[in-house]
Design a protein around this ligand. Structure first.
Ligand code: GLC
Length: 420
């Protein structure tokens, strides 16, 4: 679960509202002054995440607007100075840890509030000419901001126990942009590794070529066409996705993905070796949007019965042919193959090239046997080749959004696997 929660939640119209509307600090201050999430119960969030089948969560400790959800020593622009008055991050960490979820911190290296952060192309007060930029940036000193950045990253990685993931966001090299040198990224990553040696870090510090500069890549809001690579090698990846296009709470946003789309996104990612980080943008009162809550519960309904085709699974070896209208995942530990039926077939279903490879076959959701038999109907017979296997599915689609066939494979070396 990704969580974007800041004072922009009060505006309720995208976490980039300050940029989009070119708002200055003074005008934006009203959100800070009214930040008082009286219904904030992180235990409930954690329960929702857990019920949706999630294993870890990443929360914005500071987003681009510069507000900190933690009690920082280095700024007054922090949650403890709002009417809420408490360290919301501390409460969050305690609740999520108690629920058994791994802890991730998002921290924006971009900062639209800090007086020494220089105005750039993404800044709400961005300029239209070189001259104007120079004028605006007089007296701003990025080295002061770099120190601030280092201090705050030190705080979040020191004061909250073990942090499993750090999600830094984001570099945008180029004219009037910012890159690794602006952040002091090499120093920063070294510091991170020293403070939390076991942490895993995303890849947005502009340190792609630097050894140890990142651990996984982060395709955002799109579907990868294949397992991402770097220098020809497959790399660990996690796609971050929204329910509706906005990360922060957006009251009037209507482009919500449906249950099937969300499940396909998940299965599809696993089928290419990746993870999904699915975002919620809680409201200014500290509750999860009712539409997100509904979507999470639906994902949970599916995961409860089909999670085995997701956890511990990855891309299937290329020796397995992907059947029509389906997605394959594979668990290398248990040697099981999972066929996700995106468009439920009509009784006959052919698994090409699977002859001799199957030990047993069942639906995952109810462990009911699926029988191997020649196709019903004379005209189908020619579709099944000598190396293929035909299975007979019930006419009625099982009562799950995307039914999954679990194939227990014959082990090539004769070993039996019964580990789940
Ligand atoms: C982008 C956006 C940001 C969001 C992030 C999540 O970088 O700037 O609003 O937090 O994506 O991946």
């Amino acid at each position: 679960m990704f969580i974007h929660w800041d004072t922009y939640s009060l505006a309720g119209r995208h976490e980039w509202v300050k940029n989009y509307e070119r708002t200055d600090n003074e005008t934006y201050q009203k959100y800070f002054e009214n930040f008082n999430p009286d219904l904030y119960k992180p235990k409930e969030w954690a329960k929702l995440a857990e019920a949706a089948g999630m294993k870890y969560a990443v929360i914005t400790t500071k987003h681009h607007e510069g507000f900190t959800l933690f009690d920082s020593e280095f700024t007054d622009y922090k949650v403890t100075n709002t009417p809420y008055g408490k360290d919301a991050l501390k409460e969050w960490v305690d609740a999520f840890r108690a629920e058994g979820l791994k802890i991730g911190f998002y921290y924006s290296v971009i900062d639209w509030h800090h007086p020494h952060y220089t105005i750039d192309t993404y800044h709400p007060q961005r300029a239209s000419s070189q001259e104007e930029y120079e004028k605006l940036n007089q007296g701003r000193d990025m080295s002061v901001y770099r120190e601030y950045l280092k201090n705050q990253v030190t705080e979040i990685l020191t004061d909250y126990g073990k942090v499993d993931i750090l999600w830094l966001d984001f570099s945008f090299p180029g004219e009037f942009g910012k890159d690794r040198d602006d952040w002091g990224a090499i120093e920063l990553i070294k510091l991170v590794r020293t403070l939390q040696p076991e942490i895993i870090v995303n890849d947005r510090l502009d340190l792609k070529e630097y050894w140890g500069g990142w651990d996984f890549t982060t395709p955002e809001q799109f579907k990868v066409s294949e397992w991402p690579t770097y220098n020809g090698e497959r790399i660990p990846w996690e796609t971050c996705q929204t329910f509706s296009g906005s990360w922060g709470y957006y009251r009037d946003e209507l482009t919500w993905k449906n249950n099937k789309q969300l499940l396909v996104m998940l299965i599809e990612s696993v089928s290419k070796g990746g993870n999904v980080l699915l975002n919620v943008g809680p409201t200014g009162r500290g509750t999860i949007d009712y539409r997100a809550e509904k979507a999470l519960n639906e994902i949970g309904d599916w995961m409860k019965y089909n999670g085995r085709s997701i956890y511990g699974c990855t891309q299937a070896p290329s020796t397995f042919e992907i059947p029509e209208n389906s997605l394959l995942t594979y668990n290398p530990t248990t040697n099981r193959l999972y066929v996700h039926l995106l468009d439920y077939p009509l009784q006959n279903f052919t698994l090409k090239g699977m002859k001799g490879k199957i030990k047993y076959i069942q639906f995952l959701h109810d462990a009911s046997e699926i029988q191997i038999a020649p196709p019903k109907g004379y005209w189908m017979k020619q579709d099944v080749g000598a190396g293929d296997v035909n299975i007979i599915l019930p006419v009625n689609k099982p009562p799950v959004e995307i039914p999954v066939i679990e194939i227990i494979l014959n082990s090539p070396n004769g070993l039996t696997h019964n580990k789940h």
